[in-house]
Design a protein around this ligand. Structure first.
Ligand SMILES: Nc1ncnc2c1ncn2[C@@H]1O[C@H](COP(=O)(O)OP(=O)(O)OP(=O)(O)O)[C@@H](O)[C@H]1O
Ligand SMILES: [Mg+2]
Length: 303
């Protein structure tokens, strides 16, 4: 099965996770013509409110069609997983976002997370997340999961079941510590499975600040960070994308100039890295399926 599910995560808050989920999702849809599902797994519902009016979000929350209802019905009530019921179309305020879909969130997610943090619920939660990702993987080109800061049991399930993770970070000490905590968490129980690192996005960069440049260099020196080539600068345009515009706008109007160039480059690099990872995976599988060949290269040894 193709690998296309990406958890967007840093244990540090306020580094631009939700903003980047929105920008990458809209760019993959409008510029790269991909169908994209955004799963909002943050009780603050930030990315949900960036993708629709508060009136519409409130209606969906009142109709019990959010990620909370999906998870509560499946994990706690043990009903069959009916994920298409929770997918909302016609989100986003840009013109060419017909391929963008959302499973919205709700404040009630906090209560669900308390309930599900009991150890007896962990395996049911994990298998629900696995089935959900299996379902949406075959229906959309790319799936982006907006995680809250911290490492809740729910976030852990996304990280263990998704194919990839992307970590936005600010070029500062605390955000870099957030990455380090995340790295240590990943190393704790490798046998439990974990998403592959698709890369670190350096966000909120001030190119004129000497300290930002030092952190940028330092982050890029660590090869396993796999930093995306373009940093995203601190900009008024990106600060404004979080405000949903009911009148609608063009992709270029929302992501003008160098902001658009950087977002386009990151979205393109995401697609390239996924393709490269698929090729590596296929090559690995082909190699492991080959019979061992004798030293002279003519005889296959049966083992
Ligand atoms: N490149 C940028 N330029 C300017 N403002 C930005 C940029 N990226 C993010 N912001 C702003 O920074 C704030 C935090 O962004 P965002 O909510 O996306 O972070 P987050 O990591 O999702 O936060 P949380 O951990 O609370 O979920 C928001 O006000 C957003 O508008
Ligand atoms: Mg957020």
């Amino acid at each position: 099965m193709k690998r296309s599910t990406i958890a967007v995560m840093n244990t540090k808050g306020g580094v631009g996770k939700s903003t980047l989920v929105l920008a990458i999702a809209e760019t993959l849809t409008a510029i790269y013509n991909k169908s994209v599902l955004v799963i909002d797994s943050d009780s603050q519902a930030s990315v949900s409110s960036m993708l629709m009016t508060s009136l519409r979000l409130h209606k969906l929350q009142s109709e019990a069609t959010t990620i909370v209802d999906l998870l509560a019905n499946t994990v706690l009530q043990q009903q069959p997983l009916d994920w298409p019921k929770y997918v909302v179309a016609g989100t986003s305020d840009i013109d060419d976002a017909g391929g963008l879909y959302l499973i919205p969130s709700d404040m009630q997610l906090t209560l669900f997370e308390r309930e599900v943090s009991k150890e007896s619920q962990h395996s049911q939660l994990r298998s629900t997340i696995r089935s959900l990702l299996d379902g949406v993987r075959s229906a959309f080109d790319i799936v982006l999961i907006d995680c809250p800061p911290g490492l809740s049991v729910l976030t852990e399930s996304w990280l263990r079941e998704a194919d990839f993770h992307i970590s936005p970070t600010k070029p500062d000490y605390i955000s870099v510590c957030g990455l380090e905590v995340f790295r240590r968490f990943k190393a704790l129980n490798p046998e439990m499975g974990f998403a592959e690192n698709l890369g670190v996005v350096i966000n909120l960069m001030d190119p004129t600040g000497a300290q930002d440049r030092d952190y940028d260099t330092w982050l890029r020196q660590r090869a396993d960070n796999r930093c995306f080539s373009q940093p995203i600068l601190r900009s008024v345009a990106l600060q404004h994308i979080t405000q949903f515009s009911p009148e609608g706008r063009s992709w270029l109007g929302k992501y003008p100039g160098s902001v658009g160039t950087a977002i386009k480059s990151i979205a393109g690099e995401i697609l390239q890295r996924i393709e490269a990872s698929e090729r590596d995976e296929a090559a690995k599988q082909a190699t492991s399926a080959l019979p061992e060949v004798a030293v002279d290269g003519n005889q296959a040894r049966s083992s």
